[in-house]
Design a protein around this ligand. Structure first.
Ligand SMILES: Nc1ncnc2c1ncn2[C@@H]1O[C@H](COP(=O)(O)OP(=O)(O)O)[C@@H](O)[C@H]1O
Ligand SMILES: [Mg+2]
Length: 342
């Protein structure tokens, strides 16, 4: 079972269940590429949407990963419903696209109306959104901020927003881009907007969760990423250890197996009893596999200790066999809820 070494904002919901992030409105999910950011962000969104909540799941990397995962047509700007959850809860999806975000931004601040289209014809929109990477991030974070803050009928439109964010190597720069803007624009609406975004991102309403595998590189990126986030004053959330594989050997055998000292005769007997080939080659192959497995388990334990040393709540998700379908995603969401992440 996962140990939760710290649960800073632990709260008890109406159902009496403990939830670690009740005060959080914006969940940012980062991690090394390929560790399962999109999968975990989606599972977290589903988990948060239980109990009749409305959750927005946002992607900013132009990959349509969410649409693929939920098996729906490509997402756009219309915040379409992509999944339902318990008690009338729902997840909506949004793929933020820098161009659309810029036109919306210009409209908002400069009431440009049709002049936006004119800018687009002159290539100014392309310039701002693809050639100037900082501008791109300002627009993307600006849209996320808008979704978190949006209100209707006297309350927030979304109970929570989950961001499938850029990887650990870029996350601090991405979330910190507005402090650079505020430094450039000393006064005026752009500075105010940048300051508001920074205030939200550095507040207890935001949590930056990191997804990792129990392997050397992803754990190292997690440790470095957490340090960088802390230095930038960004609130570090939990660590999600993804694709956990349970040891197939009993604990008392692992040490012997790792040293390659399992009893060959015993293994041969076991194979024979199971009606499997049990010649010397078969036994040797199995012993080698057992050794490799035991060594990997030992390594995972060491990596897990490094994760625990970060002093953040840790959640675990198993490696699920086969392709990841929607049913599996709901199961992962349940596991996150069981562990108090949502
Ligand atoms: N818990 C899991 N068990 C099995 N496969 C997983 C799990 N989490 C993610 N995957 C698979 O790993 C791959 C990478 O996951 P993805 O969420 O796209 O990562 P990222 O967004 O970090 O690049 C995908 O094929 C996904 O289906
Ligand atoms: Mg992804």
């Amino acid at each position: 079972m996962p140990t939760r070494s710290a649960a800073p904002r632990a709260a008890t919901s109406q159902t009496g269940r403990e939830r670690d992030w009740d005060g959080v409105r914006l969940h940012v999910v980062t991690g090394k590429g390929g560790t399962g950011k999109t999968t975990v962000a989606a599972a977290l969104a589903l988990a948060l949407a239980c109990d009749g909540r409305r959750v927005l799941l946002v992607e900013v990397e132009d990959r349509q990963g969410i649409a693929q995962l939920f098996d729906v047509p490509p997402l756009g700007y219309d915040e379409r419903r992509i999944a339902s959850a318990g008690s009338g809860g729902e997840v909506r999806g949004l793929a933020v696209e820098p161009k659309a975000a810029l036109l919306e931004y210009l409209q908002l601040f400069y009431k440009l109306g049709r002049a936006g289209g004119l800018l687009e014809r002159f290539g100014a929109v392309d310039f701002a959104t693809t050639i100037a990477p900082g501008v791109r991030d300002v627009l993307l974070t600006g849209k996320v901020y808008e979704a978190v803050r949006r209100r209707a009928d006297g309350g927030p439109v979304y109970d929570a927003v989950v961001l499938d964010a850029p990887p650990t190597g870029r996350i601090t720069r991405f979330l910190g881009v507005n402090t650079e803007v505020a430094g450039l624009a000393r006064v005026g609406p752009i500075k105010n907007q940048a300051d508001s975004i920074t205030t939200l991102l550095q507040s207890p309403q935001t949590a930056v969760h990191v997804v990792t595998l129990l392997e050397e590189m992803p754990v190292q990126e997690t440790v470095d990423g957490v340090a960088a986030l802390r230095e930038a004053g960004l609130p570090v959330g939990g660590v999600v250890v993804n694709m956990v594989r349970e040891p197939v050997l009993p604990a008392r055998r692992l040490g012997t197996a790792a040293k390659g000292r399992l009893d060959a005769d015993e293994v041969a007997e076991g194979l024979a009893a199971a009606g499997l080939p049990h010649g010397p080659d078969d036994v040797a192959a199995l012993l080698a596999e057992a050794q490799e497995h035991a060594q990997r388990v030992a390594l995972q334990k060491a990596e897990r200790a490094e994760v625990d040393a970060l002093g953040r709540p840790v959640y675990e998700l198993p490696a699920v066999p086969g392709s990841l379908d929607l049913g599996t995603l709901y199961r992962l969401a349940d596991l996150l809820r069981d562990q108090g992440m949502a």
